[in-house]
Design a protein around this ligand. Structure first.
Ligand SMILES: Nc1nc2c(c(=O)[nH]1)N[C@H]1C(S)=C(S)[C@@H](COP(=O)(O)OP(=O)(O)OC[C@H]3O[C@@H](n4cnc5c(=O)[nH]c(N)nc54)[C@H](O)[C@@H]3O)O[C@H]1N2
Ligand SMILES: Nc1nc2c(c(=O)[nH]1)N[C@H]1C(S)=C(S)[C@@H](COP(=O)(O)OP(=O)(O)OC[C@H]3O[C@@H](n4cnc5c(=O)[nH]c(N)nc54)[C@H](O)[C@@H]3O)O[C@H]1N2
Ligand code: SF4
Ligand SMILES: [Mo]
Length: 755
C-alpha cells in the first residue's frame, strides 16, 4: 500500500477547513483525515463531518451509476441510456410548451461545488425559464436583500472581523455547532477563545441555551420570531440615548432622520413583553455596541427564516453602521475575494461607489404573484406552480443537489406535485426523499473526485485568503464530471447534442469569458484571446474558468502583466493556501448605489414598517393570551441538513432528531425523555421522541429539519434506521417574508401532547 499525504479544503460547509489526508491512490482509498495545522485559515481545526468524508466516499448507497425509471421503478442504466431518456422525454415538452414550462431547483451543496456552480448556468440559459427556485429562500435570502438595499449588490455581505473585535453579539446563530454561516470562520471555538484571552466578550441572543450561548459571557433568551422588535429597540435606544456615532461613515449615511422617526416607537420598554427581554439588558447592549471601540452584531438563520427576516437583517446592518462598526476593524468588513466577486470588478474602486443598486420584482410568480428576488421565486411556490394548470405551468423539473421534499415547508404537498410532473431529472448523490420522484437520476461525484475552490466563501471569509484543491481521485473512465453533466443537459435542451460535444461547449464558454475579460480589464491591453487561451492550457471545464478568474482577479498575475500575481498554478504550489492578510476597509469602492451613499431607509423597508408595527401589537396579544408553544430548529455538529444521516461515523451516538422541550412544558404534558409526543398544528402532525432539557426555555420547543427518512423507495440504509420526522411538515408553504420570499421555518406555533 503506497500511502501519501495530500492537502485539501473541506467542501462540506462554509468554514472551508484545511484537511490533511492520507490516501492510497492506487487502491483509490482515503486512509485518514486530520486537520491541516499549516492551513492559512483553519490552522488544524476540523469537525466530525470532515472525518466522515471517508464514509461518504465509500458509502455503498451513494449513487455511482445513473438510474432511469422503467415500468415504475428506478433502475441502473448507462450514461448514454440516461441522456437518451432525457432527450426522448424533454424534447416533446419543450416543443409543445417551451423552456418556460420547465422548473429548476438548486440545493445547498451547489454552492460548495464549483464544478456545479460554475456550470449550472448553462442549464438555466438553455431553458431560458423564469421558474428558478433554490435553497436560498429557505435560508439566507434576507441577508442578500439587506446587502442589496444598503450596499447596492446582493452579494456584498459584510462579515464580523472576529479576530480583532472586543465584543461580538450573535443573534439566531449557533456557530459552535454550525461552524458559521454567511461567514467563513473556521475554528470558531479557537477564535472565540482568543477573543476571551484578549479580554473580549460574546453575547448570544437565542431562545435556546445553545453551545454558543453556554460559551458566551451573556445569554439572552429571546422569544422566537421577535428579533425584529429587539433590533428596532436597539436602534431606538441608540437615538434615545444619543449613542449614534457613525465615525468614518458619517458622509455615507442618508435618511438618518427618517430612520429615527421610524424606530421611535420601539424603545425596549415597548417591546419587552413581545421579546421577553429585560429593557435594561437591551439598553445596556445598545450602549456596549456603541461605546466599545471594536464591536460587532452578527445575525443568522434564526433571524432569517422568519416573518420579518429581511427587515430584521437590514436592521442588523443599520445598527453596525450607526455604531461606526461597518467597514471598521473589529466590526463587520467586506473581504476581497481572489475571483468572481461583483464588488471587486475592475473600475468599481475608482468610481466612488456610484452604481444603480439592486432591483427585485421584475417578474411576479404566476400563481401567488410573489416577486422575483435575485432572479428567483420563493421555494415555497414550487408545488403550486407545478399543480396549477395554465400558461407557464411547470411540467418538468430539474433538481441539482437539493432535497426540497425535506428542506422546504409542506413536503407532503410538494411530493404529490413532484409525482404529477411529466418529467423530472435529478443530479444528486443519493436516491432520497426528493430524487425518488425523478425519472432520471444523474449521480454527482464524490468530493474527492472533484476539485474545490470555495467561490462564495472567499467573499465572506474572516481573512483574505485563496486556496485551491485539485481532485484526489480520478473519475472512472466514461463517467462525466458534474460540469459535463450540466453542459450535456444544456446541449440536449438546446437541440445541439448531435453536433456539439461538451468539450466544444466548454471551449465556447471560456472563449466568451476571455473576450469579456479583455473588454473589462485595462491591464490586459495588448493581449489577444489566443494569447490568453494558450496560457490557460491544458486546463478544461470550471478549473480553466477558475484560472482565468484568479489571474484577472484583485491579486491576479494578468498573464504576466503583474508577474508576482496569482494564478491557479501558484495556488497549486501552495496547498496550505495563500494569505493576503486581515480584512481591510473597502468603502466607498465596495458600494454600487446612487451617489455612492448608504440609504438608511430604503423604500422596500419603509413599506414593510406597518407590517412590523402590526406584528408587535399581535405578538403582545398572543403573549398575553399565554400557553402557546413555538417551534424552532437547530443544528448538530454531526449532521448536515438532510443528507449526512447515512454516514456511520456521524449516525452513531444519541439520536439527533428528538423534540427538545423544557422540563416545565414536558411536565405539564406528562412527558419524559424518550417518550413519543405528537407535535401538530394546522399544517400537519408528526410523532417524535422527546428530549427534556433545561437548555430550552418554557414556551419553546426545538425540532431539527432534514430528518424523516421514512420512504421505502429511497436508498439510504443507515439513515432509515433512525429516520426521525420531517419538521417541515409543520411549516406552512403560505408563510413567507414578503421582501425576500423566504419561508418562515422558526417560531412556528405547535401543540405538543403525549401519546
Ligand atoms: N425547518 C427548517 N428547514 C430548513 C432549515 C432550517 O433551519 N429549518 N434550513 C434550510 C437551509 S439553511 C438550507 S441550506 C436548506 C437546504 O436545502 P436543500 O439544499 O434542498 O437540502 P439538503 O438537505 O442540503 O440536500 C442536499 C442534496 O444534495 C445532495 N448532494 C450532496 N452532495 C452532493 C454533490 O456533491 N453533488 C450532487 N449533485 N448532489 C449532492 C444530497 O444528496 C441532497 O439530496 O434547508 C432549509 N430547510
Ligand atoms: N453541523 C452542521 N453545520 C451546518 C449545517 C448543519 O446542518 N449541520 N447546516 C449549514 C447551513 S446550510 C447553514 S444555513 C448554517 C446555519 O448556521 P446557523 O445560523 O448558526 O444555524 P443553527 O446552528 O441552526 O443556529 C440557529 C440558531 O437560531 C436559534 N433560533 C431559532 N429561532 C430563533 C429566533 O426566532 N430568534 C433567535 N434569535 N434565534 C432563533 C436556534 O435556537 C439556533 O440556535 O449551518 C451550516 N452548518
Ligand atoms: S467545520 Fe465545515 S469545513 Fe470544517 S471540517 Fe467541519 S464540515 Fe468541514
Ligand atoms: Mo443553509
Amino acid at each position: 500500500m503506497a500511502v501519501e499525504t495530500t492537502h485539501r479544503i473541506c467542501s462540506f460547509c462554509e468554514a472551508t477547513c484545511g484537511l490533511e489526508l492520507e490516501v492510497d491512490r492506487e487502491a483509490r482509498k482515503l486512509v485518514s483525515v486530520r486537520g491541516n495545522k499549516d492551513d492559512v485559515l483553519s490552522q488544524g481545526y476540523l469537525c466530525p463531518k470532515a472525518v466522515a468524508l471517508k464514509d461518504l466516499d465509500e458509502d455503498p448507497d451513494r449513487l455511482r451509476q445513473p438510474l432511469v425509471r422503467r415500468g415504475g421503478n428506478l433502475e441502473p442504466a448507462t450514461w448514454d441510456e440516461a441522456f437518451a431518456e432525457i432527450k426522448k422525454r424533454i424534447r416533446p415538452i419543450l416543443e409543445e410548451h417551451g423552456g418556460g414550462s420547465v422548473g429548476i431547483y438548486v440545493g445547498n451543496p451547489t454552492a460548495h461545488k464549483p464544478s456545479l456552480s460554475l456550470a449550472h448556468g448553462a442549464l438555466v440559459r438553455s431553458l431560458g425559464t423564469s421558474h428558478m427556485y433554490s435553497a436560498s429562500t429557505l435560508d439566507q435570502m434576507p441577508r442578500h436583500v439587506a446587502a442589496g438595499l444598503m450596499y447596492g449588490s446582493w452579494t456584498s455581505v459584510p462579515v464580523p472581523d472576529i479576530d480583532r473585535t472586543d465584543l461580538i453579539v450573535v443573534v439566531g446563530g449557533n456557530p459552535m455547532a454550525s461552524n458559521g454561516s454567511m461567514w467563513t470562520v473556521p475554528n470558531f471555538r479557537g477564535r472565540h477563545r482568543a477573543l476571551k484571552e484578549r479580554g473580549g466578550r460574546m453575547v448570544v441572543i437565542d431562545p435556546k441555551r445553545t453551545q454558543s450561548a453556554k460559551a458566551a459571557d451573556t445569554h439572552l433568551a429571546i422569544r422566537p420570531g421577535t428579533d425584529v422588535f429587539f433590533f428596532f429597540s436597539i436602534l431606538a435606544t441608540l437615538f434615545d440615548e444619543d449613542l449614534v456615532q457613525p465615525r468614518h461613515l458619517e458622509s455615507y449615511l442618508i435618511n438618518v432622520d427618517l430612520l429615527r422617526s421610524a424606530v421611535a416607537g420601539y424603545l425596549p420598554e415597548e417591546t419587552a413583553e413581545a421579546t421577553g427581554l429585560e429593557p435594561e439588558a437591551v439598553r445596556a447592549l445598545a450602549r456596549d455596541l456603541s461605546r466599545t471601540e471594536r464591536a460587532v452584531l452578527y445575525a443568522r438563520i434564526g433571524t432569517s427564516v422568519a416573518e420579518y427576516g429581511s427587515t430584521a437583517n437590514w436592521a442588523v446592518d443599520v445598527i453596525n453602521a450607526l455604531c461606526g462598526n461597518l467597514d471598521h476593524e473589529g466590526g463587520v468588513m467586506w473581504p476581497r475575494a481572489a475571483a468572481f466577486q461583483f464588488n471587486s470588478a475592475p473600475g468599481r474602486e475608482v468610481n466612488g461607489g456610484e452604481g444603480k443598486g439592486v432591483r427585485s420584482g421584475r417578474r411576479k410568480s404566476r400563481v401567488r404573484g410573489a416577486p422575483e428576488v435575485m432572479g428567483e421565486f420563493p421555494a415555497v411556490c414550487l408545488a403550486e406552480e407545478i399543480e396549477t394548470p395554465g400558461e407557464g405551468q411547470i411540467r418538468a423539473l430539474f433538481t441539482t443537489a437539493g432535497n426540497p421534499a425535506l428542506s422546504a415547508p409542506n413536503g407532503q404537498r410538494l411530493a404529490r406535485a413532484l409525482d404529477s410532473l411529466d418529467f423530472m431529472v435529478s443530479t444528486d448523490i443519493y436516491l432520497n426523499e426528493t430524487t425518488r420522484h425523478a425519472d432520471v437520476i444523474l449521480p454527482g461525484q464524490s468530493p474527492l473526485e472533484d476539485f474545490h475552490f470555495p467561490i462564495p466563501f472567499m467573499a465572506m471569509s474572516v481573512r483574505n485568503v485563496a486556496r485551491f484543491s485539485p481532485a484526489v481521485f480520478d473519475l472512472e473512465e466514461g463517467r462525466p464530471a458534474e460540469w459535463q453533466i450540466m453542459y450535456q443537459l444544456a446541449l440536449i435542451i438546446s437541440g445541439q447534442d448531435e453536433t456539439t460535444s461538451t468539450q466544444d461547449y466548454d471551449d465556447m464558454v471560456i472563449s466568451n469569458q476571455v473576450n469579456a475579460a479583455l473588454k473589462t480589464h485595462p491591464t490586459l491591453e495588448g493581449f489577444t484571446p489566443e494569447d490568453i487561451l494558450a496560457q490557460l492550457e491544458p486546463r478544461r471545464g470550471p478549473e480553466r474558468q477558475v484560472d482565468l478568474g484568479v489571474r484577472t482577479g484583485p491579486y491576479g498575475d494578468f498573464f504576466g502583466a503583474r508577474p508576482d500575481g496569482l494564478s491557479l498554478g501558484k495556488l497549486l504550489e501552495n496547498p496550505q493556501g495563500i494569505d493576503f492578510g486581515a480584512l481591510e476597509p473597502r468603502l466607498p469602492g465596495v458600494l454600487s448605489t446612487p451617489g455612492g451613499k448608504i440609504d438608511l431607509m430604503p423604500q422596500a423597508i419603509a413599506e414593510d414598517l406597518p407590517r412590523v408595527k402590526a406584528g408587535l401589537a399581535r405578538t403582545r396579544v398572543e403573549v398575553g393570551a399565554g400557553a402557546r408553544l413555538l417551534m424552532i430548529g437547530r443544528r448538530n455538529t454531526r449532521t448536515n441538513n438532510s443528507w449526512m444521516h447515512n454516514l456511520p461515523t456521524l449516525a452513531k451516538g444519541k439520536f439527533k432528531g428528538a423534540l427538545e422541550i423544557s422540563p416545565a412544558d414536558a411536565k405539564a404534558r406528562g412527558l419524559a425523555s424518550g417518550d413519543i409526543a405528537r407535535v401538530e398544528n394546522k399544517s400537519g402532525s408528526v410523532e417524535v421522541e422527546v428530549d427534556v432539557t433545561d437548555d430550552m426555555s418554557p414556551g419553546t420547543v426545538s425540532l431539527p429539519h432534514g430528518f424523516g427518512h421514512v420512504m421505502s423507495d429511497t436508498n439510504m440504509t443507515i439513515a432509515a434506521r433512525n429516520p426521525g420526522v420531517n419538521s417541515n411538515l409543520l411549516a406552512s408553504d403560505q408563510a413567507v417574508d414578503p421582501l425576500s420570499g423566504t419561508a418562515i421555518l422558526n417560531a412556528i406555533p405547535v401543540e405538543v401532547s403525549a401519546i
